[in-house]
Design a protein. Sequence first.
Length: 281
Amino acid sequence: MTKESDQLKDLVNSSGYLFQLAVENEVRTNQAKTGFRILAREHPWKNPNDDTEGFIDLVLGQDAIRFVIECKRPKGGVWVFLLSDQKQKSVSRFRVCWTDILAGHPDLLNWHDFHLKPESPESEFCVIRGGDDKESVLERLARNVLGATEALALEETRLLRPLEVNKLGLLIPAIVTAAELKVCRFDLKDISLSDGTIDNPEFESVPWIRFRKSLSFSIGEGPGLQELSDISGQKVRTVFVINSLHLSDFLKKFDFGKSASMYIDPWLMARQIEAQSKKQD
């Protein structure tokens, strides 16, 4: 290689596009095994709720399910998630964005917890080298992919369709990264109150993890909100964080389960409330 070729190669390798293309190729290559196909790449979006906008790296689809994926090749190389509760070790709940389109009725869009496989640890805090404790790199990425997920959900409700068609959409935000994912396990009582440090934590590598916390900026509203904790709970979102080397294995094991907090699915509950409201009118 000439000196110019080396410089051009370094320039190309410095971008994140090659990583995104490698992730896309991995999905396409394993489509027959995982059941997921590429529906779109570099899909432009704009969320009318907060005027945020951007491009979705990849949208994967299988029946009613959509994975909204942000690809990230960080320089730091290691993301450490904090776990202080044993209940966080193996979690199935995941907050999914759902849409329901019913002929002759208003389109519905909301977020709700479901049981999804594969299970994983669940964490609210992630430590990344060079990150700002006030808002981590992961929080910024998560908010971006969450905004993209809502925007895509709204777009899909507006697709042309026969009037008699009913359609359900289940959208799952995810970040696929080349970073090694580790969990840091400790007991809260072992944290020093004087300087906020801990001795002898336990570290373990994981292939994927649920990142869950109050990430939505939307104003809390709706029935049943009595305390600040209710509003905070309404803002909770979940994002899958998946190491790229384990993406195909994750997709093979993926399974959509039942609602985590009610006997019937939330869209059916919403339609029942809608019907009752019409009767009262």
